[in-house]
Design a protein. Structure first.
Length: 322
């Protein structure tokens, strides 16, 4: 994924539904000088969009980054009702129901899609979108500005499941199932796309022992992490998961910082937008990519398939301690 000014920090916009793992990914990005977070845009998903927006501002307050704008986005999918908040995973307030101070400021005047268009067209070729929630805002931006992909450095997306089962249904991963129509449109964008799906995020484990060790880090980001991660760990433990957490959203950040810790394949991707059991499944064209109707006109997506879990978790914890 190219960018202008290789020595300069990579400019990113994180589109997010905070969300416990979203919070960790945002902290990870903010503590990494290789990245320049020029804005957050919020979307429904783990919680209602207004809750996600308040949480995004709270997360920036805790990190001392009142300079970073937060633009609120879609409150529901493109073409179906909102499936409802994943409060059993993230809590009703989206952050483990930990009592938090009120957000310090209001969101940006622009909505998420217009904020993305405004910033990308002002810095052609420089900005990478990092969506870690449902892809509704990204789809809306593409519909409003069809030429947007040619002005993007690319997109690094947490979502989907290429060669493994789903987590929100046997077929589908949560971000995709929350808006399959949006996701199918986004995976067809003509720009470099990296898919950080369950193929690697469910093999990236931050252990309960590592989570407990965060308490020894004396900064506000780590203190919030100490408060919210046990709720997320308990969800994993009670649903047959690891003794720890799957590192979903932070995978996008660790890929941007250290792609050497991943292996990938490259195939065009479609999303099942049907109304049956397969809805939301991401389908790579591993064969007939150039001839298969529905895939042949699409650019190949970089689909992450292998990960050095220990290395990327160590990197995230090192940055959390900065
Ligand atoms: O399936 C994991 C994804 O769904 C993550 O982005 C998590 O925050 C939830 O949004
Ligand atoms: Ca998320």
């Amino acid at each position: 994924m190219s960018q202008q000014g290789a020595a300069a920090p990579r400019k990113i916009i994180i589109d997010t539904d905070p969300g416990i793992d979203d919070a960790m990914a945002i902290f990870f990005a903010l503590a990494s000088p290789e990245l320049d977070v020029i804005g957050l845009t919020t979307v429904f998903g783990n919680a209602h969009v207004d809750v996600c927006t308040d949480n995004a501002i709270r997360i920036l307050d805790i990190a001392g980054r009142a300079d970073i704008p937060v633009a609120q986005g879609a409150g529901r999918p493109l073409a179906m009702p909102y499936r409802g908040p994943a409060d059993f995973v993230h809590g009703v307030n989206g952050l483990a129901d930990v009592p938090l101070p009120a957000p310090s400021r209001a969101p940006h005047a622009l909505d998420a899609a217009h904020f993305i268009i405004d910033r990308v067209l002002a810095a052609p070729g420089e900005i990478t979108l990092v969506p870690v929630g449902p892809l509704t805002n990204i789809a809306l931006a593409l519909l409003l500005c069809p030429e947007l992909p040619q002005h993007l450095a690319g997109m690094v997306i947490m979502g989907g499941n290429a060669f493994v089962g789903g987590n929100a249904s046997p077929a589908a991963e949560a971000n995709i199932l929350n808006d399959p129509e949006a996701a199918d449109l986004v995976f067809g964008a003509d720009c470099p796309i990296v898919m950080c799906g369950l193929d690697v995020t469910e093999r990236t484990i931050m252990s309960s022992e590592q989570i407990a060790g965060i308490a020894a880090i004396g900064n506000p980001r780590a203190q919030l992490a100490t408060q919210i991660l046990p709720y997320y760990r308990d969800f994993h433990l009670s649903h047959g998961g690891p003794d720890g957490i799957h590192v979903h959203d932070s995978t996008c950040i660790s890929y941007l910082l250290a792609p050497q810790h991943y292996q990938a394949v490259h195939h065009p991707v479609r999303v099942d937008c049907g109304q049956s059991v397969g809805r939301g499944k991401t389908w790579p064209a591993t064969r007939h990519a150039l001839s298969a109707e529905g895939w042949k006109a699409r650019r190949a997506v970089t689909i992450l398939t292998e990960v050095d879990s220990a290395a990327v978790v160590a990197l995230e914890l090192e940055r959390l301690a900065r």
